[in-house]
Design a binder for this molecule. Structure first.
Ligand SMILES: Nc1ncnc2c1ncn2[C@@H]1O[C@H](COP(=O)(O)OP(=O)(O)OP(=O)(O)O)[C@@H](O)[C@H]1O
Ligand SMILES: [Mg+2]
Length: 399
């Protein structure tokens, strides 16, 4: 039998239906549902199913009497707090029955029933139940709002930590940029000073073509490294503003990789690194060659920088619909927990003895690879070298 949930339920138990009818009539009220049980067993079943504000139990019943029912109720978690009002014939000896019931609310009504006494007793228990339910709801709501607050607090703390992290990063970044710019600038500045003083002394014999060539090469290198730095920083802000775009055109990747390895060989030599190439010929596709160049240069410079002077293997081959470039060094390697981080902006693996660069290269490379609908990944083990893998679909959709 379905009962509306917002009404308070009262259980009446009696083996005689006329008694049930009479009690029902006395207890009936708009905010209540009176549920009847004809036996102790039926009452128990109902007690397990519903939350009752009160059970009015006839003491004298066949099979299970009111006391036995009460005993069973006290033994079950769900029913043990339901207040019981026994209904019994006047003059019955009740003392023994109360043993062990001390904890629960128990009361007695004597037949013949005094209508007002029954009503007011029932009202007391119903009110009690109403208050208890309201109180429980409040406690539950409080607990919920406490949990919500805790959750908010955690979010706040996380945001604060993130903010602090990016503030620290910013600080570190500023000093890194300053440092990275100062080195080439200092060199250039000194060079210019020296030449100016030679000019001032009219010491022109020093400006031979070979000398000039060397001097200009050096200056070009310093300027290029500053330009790259600035370009990287601009790329990062383009990425952050969603303005990084690529212009794919027909390009020959085999030629490109070969050419870049050759261009970077002098730099590699400075670190005693040798490039070992295995490049399948004529891999052609639709890419922004300038941007792909940027990725490969970064992978090669990283391999040289972190390669401990050991040979770097560079390969290019087709795998299905993808051109795959692998740059494998045998250097310092990257710990597992760092492997995801290094593709983020300004992240440089923490436990590297080699500290150079701004930590932008791989971040930009990943974004460029993604703009080509490709991907870049790393396989590495601490102290056992790293292999960076760039996979590019032959035809990339312009982002
Ligand atoms: N081949 C590699 N072996 C070991 N660690 C590497 C390798 N390549 C990159 N890393 C680690 O990943 C970090 C991020 O590389 P990324 O190229 O983004 O920055 P960077 O080389 O430090 O600076 P930038 O490229 O901006 O000049 C590096 O600082 C380094 O700790
Ligand atoms: Mg780099």
């Amino acid at each position: 039998m379905p009962y509306s949930n917002d009404k308070i339920k009262v259980l009446i138990v009696d083996d005689l239906s006329e008694n049930l009818r009479a009690l029902d009539a006395i207890l009936r009220a708009p905010d209540r549902v009176i549920i009847q049980a004809r036996s102790g067993l039926e009452a128990l079943e109902l007690l397990l199913e519903h939350d009752f504000a009160l059970a009015m139990v006839d003491v004298e019943m066949p099979e299970m009497d009111g006391f036995q029912l009460a005993e069973l109720m006290r033994g079950t978690e769900k029913t043990k707090h339901v207040p019981i009002v026994f209904v019994t014939a006047a003059g019955m000896e009740l003392n023994y029955a109360f043993k062990g019931y001390g904890a629960g609310a128990v009361d007695v009504l004597y037949k013949p029933l005094d209508i007002n006494a029954v009503k007011s007793k029932a009202n007391v228990f119903v009110e009690l139940f109403r208050h208890r339910t309201a109180f429980e709801n409040q406690v539950r709501a409080l607990e919920e709002s406490r949990k919500e607050q805790e959750c908010l607090l955690q979010q706040l703390q996380a945001t604060q930590a993130e903010l602090q992290h990016s503030l620290n990063m910013r600080e570190e970044f500023m000093s890194l940029v300053a440092h990275e710019m100062r080195t080439p600038l200092n060199t250039l500045f000194l060079e210019v000073q020296v030449r100016l003083s030679q000019l001032a002394k009219n010491n022109l014999s020093i400006f031979t073509p070979e000398h000039l060539q060397k001097m200009l090469d050096r200056s070009e290198r310093q300027l290029k490294s500053m330009m790259r730095l600035i370009e990287d920083m601009l790329d990062v802000s383009r990425i952050k503003n969603g303005k990084l775009s690529i212009q794919p055109q027909g390009a020959n990747l085999s030629l490109l990789v070969r050419q870049l390895a050759e261009d970077l060989t002098p730099l590699a030599k400075e670190s005693e690194v040798e490039f070992v190439l295995q490049i399948d010929s004529e891999i052609e596709g639709h890419w922004d060659a300038f941007r792909i160049e940027q990725i490969i240069i970064n992978l090669l410079t990283n391999a040289v920088r972190y390669g401990k002077g050991k040979p770097v293997h560079v390969s290019l081959a087709m795998e299905g619909e993808h051109a795959v470039i692998k740059v494998a060094d045998q250097g310092v390697g990257i710990a597992e927990h760092e492997q995801k981080k290094i593709f983020e902006a300004f992240e440089r693996s923490g436990d590297n003895e080699v500290k150079a660069g701004l930590g932008l290269g791989l971040y930009i490379s990943r974004k460029l690879a993604e703009a080509h609908a490709g991907e870049i990944s790393v396989v590495s083990q601490k102290n056992h070298g790293s292999t960076f893998i760039l996979r590019l679909p032959l035809k990339s959709v312009a982002a």
